[in-house]
Design a protein around this ligand. Structure first.
Ligand code: C2E
Ligand code: CA
Ligand code: CA
Length: 736
């Protein structure tokens, strides 16, 4: 039964029929040939037997003829009947030597004047009529030979039957051979010899002709036993030799064995075939599943989702679609490796599926993008689900033994019933809404609105143009001087990326940096800025600060690529400072510490940028070994403002600087635009100042002029920033 299940009927039955036909044909062929051989053998033996009987009949006649057509016989039988003569001259040979059982003389009146049976003269037989002796055929043949022409050796031989006994006999009229004697008038004497067709006769016959098992049967047999007129008296049957059957009997067991073996082999082949078939079937099922499912998360893929949406739109049903992209997935992937990235995707899958519920279709659209087709299309439900997912992602994921937090940006699209949107348009809108959410700071959901389209299209175009600009090495760098608080002389330039769009003109970094981060272009952009900045600032023997995006910070190749650029540009590592904003580092402080340590090993210093704008905690600052804090410009402008705001902010500024100094960090105040602000930050104990008061970002051609204008802080700066900075060695020098 398992066979039937494994192999489809359309193959199994013809296969079985074929196998059956093969073996059936072989058996039938064997049977047909062997039985025809048997039949041929039987026919051959029957022919042999027929010939043997005829030969015997002829022989009996010939044996008798010479004695009946004999002048002496006429004299001693027909003329003067002399039993002794018969005894001596006829019976002596025919009866005693030739071994005929019966030798008779039948007189013209039908009596039997001489009877010799079984070796002795038989009184019992003597005198009997011919019919009584050997039956009617015998009697008829006596009458017949008497009528025959004496010149032609009148004799007849054949078989006859008397009761249950059969005889082979010959009768011959006693006639002269020559003309020396003449037959006396009246009827003719007849000589007769006979042998019973009994066991010994048959044995002799059998031996002489190499036949087997002869028997006389009344009913049927191989050869009829006929009288001289051709009438059937009985049959002689042959125990026919059956060489065909014997051959068959010899072959058959072997053949059956072969058939059984073949059947066994076939069964095993079929079973294996069946298993192969099962494997094939399951691999086909797998293939079907694979075509529809994402192998990593086992979620239905984009194709399936699009198809479901298409069907739903065609059915005129409402659609609620959620399209989401994980925020910070790339960082996890870069930081912990692809296996962790995979784990995260799987964990995110489980979380999304749980939040979405059983009736919704959750699909992986590729990369770190997922979509959920809400069970029913009411916009309220889709939006509520979007919010649930945002909330659900607040909880960290336990990946590779660490707790990782990733956010999610969601676009939501809903359509009413019977709406004419195509799937493509619906997906485009979901995409637009999702990018809108990402553009607004991630970890939020946006419902699609018509106005988003333009923004989306602009962003798409801008992304394309930015990609082109980066590829063409078209990102420029502006340099803003950073001065020593004590001397007001330049100690460092901060490199700031600039992009002049061919049509739109200047695009602010606040626009294209997030765009580059979001589209994976930030790595190339950062390398370009670093390389150009190293080359531009190298001749001036002052420091260089370069911004590092969080996306770059988690890039596994960051340290290598920084080291390579420094080498290529022959820029001393201890003149380079990398600025990192705090909020991203907080996600994985221990991992961040590792990357920072590698950078510091190169000799690079690290600054915490925009300090005060985010959530950096003191514990966190202690854990991450920065060299410098850059106090956010908002803080500085607030602190210098008049009124309550200013007072509060100023107190905090004092506290922050004190804290930084306690942590042995150098402190730079950003956004110093006025003399008041400058005085305030100096009074607070900041080591450096950066802002329009001292210089706006300038093109590389202006570097020399800027350095000349501000004056290089010179060697004295390298030991500290002079004044308060002198007794504060840079951390990495202290450690290095
Ligand atoms: P940031 O690192 O805080 O850079 C300082 C920003 O403050 C610069 O803006 C600079 O022009 C501005 N600024 C300097 N002094 C003053 C001042 O006195 N008053 C005011 N109101 N602003 C001042 P910019 O060049 O627009 O850069 C904006 C942000 O873009 C930078 O902030 C930085 O986070 C990012 N950025 C710029 N270039 C790069 C870069 O090459 N790589 C990365 N990853 N980020 C960059
Ligand atoms: Ca900066
Ligand atoms: Ca800053």
């Amino acid at each position: 039964m398992s066979l039937l299940r494994r192999i489809p009927g359309q193959y199994l039955w013809p296969l079985l029929a074929l196998v059956g036909l093969c073996f059936g044909s072989i058996l039938a062929l064997l049977y047909v040939t062997t039985s025809s051989q048997d039949r041929m053998e039987a026919a051959r033996e029957a022919r042999t037997l027929t010939a043997a009987l005829r030969t015997n009949v002829d022989m009996v006649r010939r044996d008798l003829q010479d004695y009946a057509m004999w002048d002496d016989a006429v004299r001693h039988i027909a003329r003067d009947f002399d039993a002794d003569w018969i005894d001596d001259n006829v019976t002596a040979y025919l009866g005693r030597t030739q071994g005929y059982d019966h030798v008779f003389v039948i007189a013209p009146d039908g009596s039997t004047p001489y009877a010799f049976s079984h070796g002795s003269l038989s009184r019992a037989s003597a005198g009997k009529g011919a019919t009584e002796l050997f039956g009617p055929a015998f009697a008829e043949s006596i009458a017949a030979v008497r009528r025959m022409d004496p010149a032609h050796s009148p004799s007849i031989s054949g078989f006859t039957r008397q009761g249950d006994h059969f005889y082979i006999y010959a009768v011959a009229a006693v006639v002269p051979l020559t003309h020396k004697v003449t037959l006396p008038p009246g009827g003719k004497y007849v000589l007769a010899i006979a042998n019973e067709v009994d066991g010994s006769f048959l044995t002799r016959l059998r031996k002489a002709h190499q036949l087997v098992g002869l028997t006389v049967r009344q009913d049927r047999g191989a050869v009829p036993l006929t009288d001289f007129r051709g009438r059937t008296l009985a049959h002689v049957d042959l125990a026919v030799r059956t060489p065909g059957s014997r051959l068959r009997d010899q072959i058959l067991p072997g053949l059956i064995l072969i058939i059984l073996l073949s059947a066994l082999v076939a069964a095993s082949v079929v079973r294996q075939g069946g298993q192969a078939m099962d494997a094939l079937r399951s691999s086909r099922a797998d293939a079907v599943h694979n075509a529809d499912h994402d192998p990593l998360t086992a979620l239905p893929n984009r194709r399936v989702l699009l198809e479901r949406v298409r069907v739903r739109l065609l059915d005129g049903r409402a659609v609620g679609l959620i399209y989401m992209d994980l925020d910070g997935f790339k960082e996890v992937n870069d930081l912990y490796g692809h296996r962790a990235g995979d784990d995260l995707l799987r964990a995110a899958t489980v979380r999304i599926a749980t939040l979405a519920g059983e009736d919704a279709l959750v699909a992986r659209m590729g990369g770190d993008e997922f979509a959920v087709l809400a069970a029913d299309g009411r916009g309220h439900d889709a939006s509520a689900l979007a919010q649930r997912i945002i909330d659900g992602f607040q909880e960290t994921f336990a990946i590779s033994g660490a707790n990782v937090r990733v956010g999610v940006s969601i676009g939501v699209v809903t359509t009413p019933r019977h709406c004419a949107l195509t799937v493509d348009e619906l997906m485009r809108r979901a995409d637009v809404a999702m990018y809108s959410a990402k553009g607004r700071g991630k970890n939020r959901w946006h419902l699609y609105a018509a106005g988003m389209d333009t923004g989306h299209d602009v962003r798409k175009r801008l992304e394309h143009d930015l990609r082109t600009a980066i590829a063409a090495n078209g990102i420029d760098v502006a340099y803003q001087p950073i001065v020593s608080a004590a001397t007001g002389r330049i100690v460092c330039f901060e490199a700031l990326a600039r992009w002049t769009h061919p049509r739109e003109g200047m695009i602010p970094p606040d626009v294209f940096i997030p765009l580059a981060e979001m589209t994976g272009l930030i790595g190339a952009l950062g390398e370009q800025v670093l390389a150009k900045a190293c080359r531009a600032v190298a001749p001036f023997d002052i420091g260089l600060a370069v911004n590092l995006s969080p996306a770059q910070f988690w890039d596994a190749h960051l340290v290598d690529s920084v080291a390579r650029i420094l080498k290529e540009e022959a820029f001393p590592a201890d003149r380079l400072e990398l600025e990192i904003t705090e909020n991203y580092l907080m996600r994985r402080p221990d991992a961040a510490a590792g990357v920072m340590e590698e950078l510091r090993t190169l000799g690079i210093r690290l600054a915490l940028d925009d300090f005060g704008s985010g959530f950096a905690s003191i514990g966190y600052l202690r854990q991450l070994k920065f060299d410098r804090l850059k106090i956010d410009k908002q803080f500085v402008s607030d602190a210098a403002a008049s009124g309550d705001v200013g007072e509060g902010a100023a107190e905090m500024l004092v506290a922050i600087v004190a804290l930084g100094r306690a942590l042995r960090l150098e402190i730079t105040a950003e956004g110093v635009e006025t003399q008041d602000q400058s005085a305030l930050v100096k009074a607070c104990g900041c080591h450096r100042m950066q802002g329009w008061l001292h210089g706006r970002p300038v093109a590389p051609e202006m570097l020399a002029e800027t350095v000349a204008r501000l004056g290089r802080d010179g060697d004295s700066e390298r030991g500290g920033d002079g004044g308060q900075g002198d007794n504060l060695p840079l951390r990495n020098r202290a450690q290095g």
